[in-house]
Ligand binder design. Structure first.
Ligand SMILES: *Cc1c(COP(=O)(O)O)cnc(C)c1O
Length: 364
């Protein structure tokens, strides 16, 4: 359970009934997001003796006892990363070790066992390599990889589970927002918060998402696609969306993103953009930004673009910021800096630009 935990060994059992190539081709032509899965999955089990029974096996439903702890107490974390097919047919994952080390932070917060980051990367590699034919090519398509870990002990007592399952599944993905790169309107939640100091905001845990859904519903009711949360203490500082980090582009050419305070999820995309924007000569500031600075800045023209970022949706321009009683808008077309950053990131991921920071991890 410590950093000295030995790496796992994975067995392999291949599916005897893989999806026929023709059906797979149909799925890959229009994969949508998160609804179809590849032929295999990874599973591993943890008990107090350590990790064991790690292996690749045919994708199949899990059978869970109704008293399985995660169904009651949500002791569960997840990750999300993508594998991309380059023009020469090779397949690459983007910064998988960053996801592996983030999962270690999430599991520590949720009292789940540590999975060595190298085993995390090996599990992702093994699944993507085995199901490489499921990695779409062209456009902005990719294979979305979803590692997760949950309390699989059959026990209703409240304590950290003594039986835990790690699992990785993969799903071919088209663009996350089916409407294309159009600015998304944002509802400012004044009733709900996402994370409080000392809470789980910096952990990628299932419960954070469950708690954000009612606010997301409110956003939809107000004609918005996503919800923005403010800090829980003062209700004043901009934190992030339900599942994406935020960036502000200022008229003086600088770029601002809310600093990590312990209540904001440390996005791999957020981190990559700090570096990429810096490479391109932008001054990038990580600092607190208040909701008044956002509102007034858009109104005065000091803030010219706002965008959100995350693995699933890459870089998404924001349009209107809507709250109870008003709204401001940065326009209904993606701004030039948003587009430049988005393109720069995609170019690295799809192998069209030099990988100056060693982010791409070759799988096949
Ligand atoms: C996963 C996630 C993000 C984005 O993280 P990436 O590593 O860039 O995908 C942002 N906010 C929340 C709450 C998240 O769960």
């Amino acid at each position: 359970m410590t950093a000295t935990t030995p790496a796992l060994e994975f067995s392999t059992t291949y599916s005897s009934t893989p999806v026929p190539a023709q059906r797979r081709a149909q799925i890959l032509a229009d994969p949508g997001f998160g609804s179809t899965f590849t032929d295999h999955m990874i599973t591993a089990t943890w008990t107090p003796e350590g990790w064991h029974d790690a292996g690749l096996r045919p994708y199949a439903p899990l059978s869970l006892d109704p008293a399985t702890a995660v169904l009651h107490y949500a002791q569960s974390v997840f990750e999300g990363l993508k594998a991309y097919r380059h023009d020469d047919g090779s397949v690459w994952a983007f910064r998988p070790e960053a996801n592996g080390s983030r999962m270690l932070k999430s599991t520590a917060r949720m009292a789940l066992p540590s999975l060595p980051a190298e085993s995390f990367v090996e599990a992702v590699d093994l699944l993507v390599r085995t199901d490489a034919e499921w990695v779409p090519s062209g456009g902005e398509a990719s294979l979305y990889v979803r590692p997760f870990m949950f309390a699989s002990e059959v026990f209703l007592g409240v304590r950290p589970a003594q039986h835990v399952t790690f699992c990785v599944v993969a799903s071919p993905a088209g663009p996350y927002f089916s409407s294309g790169v159009k600015p998304v309107d944002i509802w400012l939640s004044s009733e709900y918060t996402r994370a409080a100091p000392g809470g789980t905001g910096a952990a990628k845990c299932a419960g954070n998402y469950a708690a954000s859904l009612v606010a997301q519903q409110e956003a939809i009711e107000h004609g918005c696609g996503q919800v923005c949360f403010l800090d829980a203490v003062e209700g004043r500082w901009v934190e992030e969306l339900g599942g994406m980090n935020l960036y502000f582009v200022r008229a003086d050419g600088s770029i601002v993103t809310p600093e990590l305070t312990g209540t904001i999820l440390e996005g791999v995309t957020r981190d990559s953009i700090i570096t990429l924007a810096g490479d391109r000569g932008y001054k990038v500031e990580e600092r607190r930004i208040s909701i008044d600075e956002w509102r007034d800045g858009v109104e005065s023209g000091d803030i010219t673009e706002v965008f959100a970022c995350g693995t699933a949706a890459v870089v998404t321009p924001l349009g209107r910021l809507v709250w109870d009683g008003g709204e401001v808008s940065t326009g209904d077309e993606p701004g030039p800096v948003t587009q430049e950053i988005r393109q720069a990131l995609l170019d690295v991921q799809y192998g069209r630009a030099a990988d100056a920071h060693g982010w791409m991890h070759r799988v096949v």
